[in-house]
Ligand binder design. Structure first.
Ligand SMILES: Nc1ncccc1[N+](=O)[O-]
Length: 240
C-alpha cells in the first residue's frame, strides 16, 4: 500500500515512521510520502488560506494551492482521497478494514475552517473521496486524525502485526468491546486473576470472555449491542 499525506505541518506526521508503522515501512509493506502543501504556493508569504466568502470566523484553505498539490501527488494513479473533517462520516473499524484493501490512500489535511469545498467536488470525478471524522470533537487540523486512521489501517495489512489473529479478535471485529485481559503474576496487590482463565477449560474460558465482552459492551456502548445483526447473539449470549 502507498500512503501520501499533504499537510502544512509535515513534522506532525513524523510518528508514522516510529515503531510498528516504521517497521512496516522498512519492510516495504507500506510506502509513505509526506508532502508540504506550501511547496505548491507561489507567493512570498506562501499563503494557503483566505477569508471565507459569506463572512464568519476563521480562514478557509485556498482551492488553487490544494489543486496543484493533489494533482502532483495523485498523478495518474488511482487512489482513495481522504479528507479528515469533523463534518465527515464516522471512521470506524469497518472503514479501516475497507481501506486496508486499497492500493493507495492520499490524505489531505485541512487546517483552519477546512478546505474550499470545490477541492472535494473537483476530485470526486477522478475517484473515491471520503470526508471522514475520527470523533465528535474539533481538532485544530486533520493531521492527528491521519495518524489515527493510518495506524488503524496499516495494522490490518498482512505481515504488519506479529500475530495476525489479534486483528480479527480486536474490539469491534465481532461487534463487541473486548473484555478484560490478565497476565502474570496470578496475584497482584491483593487482586487475583479470575480462576476460569487458569482452568485450562477452553469452552469455559471462551464463555467467560464472551460474557465479559457482552457485559462491558452493554455498560459502555449499548449502541453497539443495538447494532448487532439479529443472529449475532446465540442463546447463551441472550441468557447473559
Ligand atoms: N475531529 C476533527 N477535527 C478537525 C479536523 C479533523 C477531524 N476529524 O475527526 O477528522
Amino acid at each position: 500500500m502507498r500512503i501520501d499525506v499533504v499537510t502544512i505541518f509535515p513534522g506532525y506526521l513524523a510518528p508514522l515512521r516510529e515503531a510498528l508503522l516504521g517497521r512496516a515501512i522498512e519492510a516495504g509493506l507500506v510506502e509513505l510520502g509526506v508532502h508540504d502543501l506550501r511547496d505548491w504556493t507561489h507567493d512570498v508569504h506562501q499563503a494557503v488560506d483566505d477569508s471565507p466568502y459569506g463572512g464568519g470566523p476563521g480562514m478557509v484553505m485556498r482551492p488553487q494551492v490544494w489543486g496543484e498539490a493533489l494533482d502532483a501527488v495523485l498523478g495518474e494513479e488511482p487512489a482513495r482521497l481522504v479528507v479528515p473533517t469533523p463534518a465527515g462520516r464516522p471512521f470506524t473499524q469497518a472503514t479501516a478494514q475497507a481501506w486496508a484493501a486499497e492500493e493507495r490512500l492520499v490524505f489531505a489535511c485541512g487546517r483552519y475552517e477546512g478546505i474550499d469545498q470545490r477541492v472535494v467536488d473537483a476530485y470526486a470525478d477522478r475517484g473515491p473521496v471520503d470526508e471522514v471524522s475520527i470523533g465528535d470533537y474539533v481538532l485544530v487540523g486533520g493531521e492527528v486524525a491521519v495518524l489515527v486512521m493510518v495506524e488503524a489501517v496499516v495494522r490490518l495489512l498482512p505481515g504488519v502485526l506479529g500475530n495476525p489473529v489479534s486483528a480479527q479478535e480486536d474490539s469491534f471485529s465481532d461487534g463487541l468491546l473486548e473484555g478484560p485481559a490478565y497476565t502474570r503474576p496470578v496475584s497482584w496487590r491483593g487482586l487475583d486473576v479470575p480462576d476460569v482463565l487458569r482452568s485450562g477449560n477452553h469452552a469455559a474460558i471462551a464463555r467467560w470472555r464472551r460474557d465479559r465482552a457482552l457485559e462491558r459492551t452493554a455498560a459502555r456502548r449499548p449502541d453497539l449491542l443495538d447494532a448487532l445483526p439479529p443472529d449475532a447473539l446465540d442463546r447463551a449470549d441472550r441468557a447473559f
